[in-house]
Design a protein around this ligand. Structure first.
Ligand SMILES: Nc1ncnc2c1ncn2[C@@H]1O[C@H](COP(=O)(O)OP(=O)(O)O)[C@@H](O)[C@H]1O
Ligand SMILES: [Mg+2]
Length: 263
């Protein structure tokens, strides 16, 4: 069954130089338990798309259905309940620097008013899952990039999510660390049955763990299929361009992300 369905999604931004059509008529559905990739060059609309999936960004029109319920029709309260089951991880981790690792992971549970002792116990369990139990008392500044992303993954797990959205989650990491983070995401997908949406400009990320992939090009859905289909036989110029561009040529998809509202 589709856990995420997007219908006729449009998003336009107003900028100083005029309107930017960030998303135009996007239609797709993601099955429960999938690891779904969205690739595209910088500026293609990937971050806008993923932020529309939990309404961090409100589309101008269209539908975003989670389990068949249109998020755009929900009240603020219903939406915040729905969002609790959608975790998110970012390129720059967004950890709370003045809190220990353990208290970072406790944070979403604090918001949900989970009892303190229970929250700490669960946080330790999530830290064990990501292989960082021994860093519970450390502070983010003492951790490597890969370790910080593991903490962010543990914090996402603390939402007891059914979906985890990853926006360029490995783009600030070296290739070796990227592989270990991808392996961890795959493990979580299998262990908890969590649906994962991976936004990236790196082909190798999609190749490594995604089941299906959508190619975004200038705000439009250029192509979609299994990774094998799209990589072996790209049908559109946009997909071919992506496939034949070296990762290094693409420029960093490095923008400030706004974190408010994700818990
Ligand atoms: N808040 C904003 N205001 C104006 N334009 C924006 C805003 N966010 C994104 N855009 C524009 O929308 C387009 C898609 O951006 P984005 O979704 O960030 O792409 P990607 O993540 O694929 O790099 C780009 O042209 C970008 O400049
Ligand atoms: Mg982006």
């Amino acid at each position: 069954m589709a856990i995420i369905e997007v219908e006729h999604l449009y998003k336009t931004y107003q900028s100083k130089t005029g309107e930017v059509q960030a998303l135009q008529d996007i239609n797709l559905s993601i099955e429960e338990g999938e690891i779904f990739g969205v690739i595209g060059l910088s500026g293609a609309g990937k971050s806008t798309f993923v932020r529309c999936l939990n309404l961090l960004e409100r589309p101008n029109s269209g539908k975003v259905l989670i389990d068949g319920r249109d998020l755009l029709e929900l009240s603020e309260r219903e939406l915040s309940l729905e969002r609790r089951h959608i975790g998110m991880i970012f390129q720059h981790f967004h950890l709370l620097m003045q809190r220990s690792v353990l208290r970072n992971v406790c944070y979403p549970m604090e918001i949900r008013k989970v009892e303190k002792k229970e929250a700490r116990q669960k946080a330790l369990e999530y830290l064990r899952t990501v292989g960082l139990e021994d860093k519970a008392r450390a502070y983010p500044v003492q951790l490597s990039g890969g370790q910080k992303q593991r903490v962010a993954i543990a914090r996402a797990l603390a939402c007891e999510p059914r979906i985890i959205l990853c926006d360029e989650a490995t783009s600030a990491l070296d290739p070796q660390t990227t592989r270990t983070i991808l392996a961890l995401l795959k493990e979580i997908n299998q262990l908890y049955g969590i649906t994962i949406v991976i936004i990236t400009h790196e082909m190798r990320v999609v190749e490594e763990i995604c089941t299906r992939v959508a190619v975004l090009d200038q705000g439009r859905l250029a192509e979609m299929g299994t990774v094998k289909e799209v990589f072996e036989n790209p049908k559109t110029p946009a997909a071919r361009r992506l496939l034949f561009t070296k990762d290094d040529d693409w420029g960093e998809a490095d923008k400030e992300e706004v974190e408010h509202g994700i818990f």
